[in-house]
Design a protein around this ligand. Structure first.
Ligand SMILES: Nc1ncnc2c1ncn2[C@@H]1O[C@H](COP(=O)(O)OP(=O)(O)OP(=O)(O)O)[C@@H](O)[C@H]1O
Ligand SMILES: [Mg+2]
Length: 210
């Protein structure tokens, strides 16, 4: 198998791109893989997380892809690269990032406003040749799901009807914010809450493994 190249992207801000990118990178590092986390967002949230990462944690290589000219650099001899995309990006920027990816993970919050914005984004990236030709697979993940996400099933049906089936649901859990502060992830520790949360990542991990 070649290098796994996973881009986490949605033009919508705050939907969980960095949370998903950091946890995915740590999931593969926990398996003993050589993993890099490329930050393509000027906010540098993923690079900040890596700076906070404890020395004893499984190593994840930092890549700074915040400048257009640096996109794609430094990926030799890796098993997996996870790319944390910026919000509010234009189609050209999306295209340059998608050129580096074999999988595109699109997180969406369970609110009708986010779903409508995300639908537009999905239609936009589906037009990009690499995606149209099936060289980069799209995986939609409902993120921050909780008991008040009442219309989620309805939104999922609507997405499926448009050709964007929702692959998995990730619950709204305090444990994600806590790990974000510590430079860790639910895949780094064996506490009960992290272990419980890990089950929800199986569909996504399997999809990007395939
Ligand atoms: N499943 C979750 N449960 C609880 N909190 C979450 C979850 N996912 C994300 N968050 C929190 O939501 C906020 C936004 O998440 P995150 O920074 O990952 O989104 P983003 O898409 O990277 O945002 P931006 O567009 O600013 O880069 C953060 O405070 C994060 O800790
Ligand atoms: Mg982010």
């Amino acid at each position: 198998m070649g290098m796994r190249r996973i881009l986490v992207l949605n033009a919508k801000g705050g939907c969980g791109k960095t949370t998903i990118a950091t946890n995915l990178a740590a999931a593969f590092a926990a398996r003993g893989e050589d993993v890099a986390l490329a930050d393509a967002d000027r906010q540098k949230s993923s690079l900040g997380w890596l700076k906070r990462r404890p020395d004893k944690s499984r190593r994840i290589m930092p890549l700074n892809w915040t400048k257009a000219g640096s996109i794609g650099a430094g990926t030799d001899d890796l098993d997996t690269i996870v790319i944390d995309g910026p919000g509010g990006l234009n189609t050209d920027h999306a295209k340059t990032l998608i050129a580096e990816a074999s999988d595109i993970v699109v997180p969406v919050l369970p609110s009708v406003f986010d779903w409508n914005a995300t639908l537009k984004f999905l239609d936009r990236i589906s037009e990009i040749k690499r995606v149209r030709k099936g060289k980069a697979d799209i995986h939609v993940i409902a993120n921050r799901v909780n008991r008040s996400s009442g219309q989620l099933a309805e939104l999922e049906q609507m997405f499926a009807a448009k050709g964007y089936p929702v692959l998995g649901r990730i619950a709204d859990r305090v444990v994600y914010a806590r790990h974000a502060c510590d430079g860790t992830s639910i895949f780094d520790t064996s506490d009960a809450r992290s272990a419980e949360a890990r089950g929800q990542w199986i569909p996504l991990l399997q999809a990007v493994d395939a």
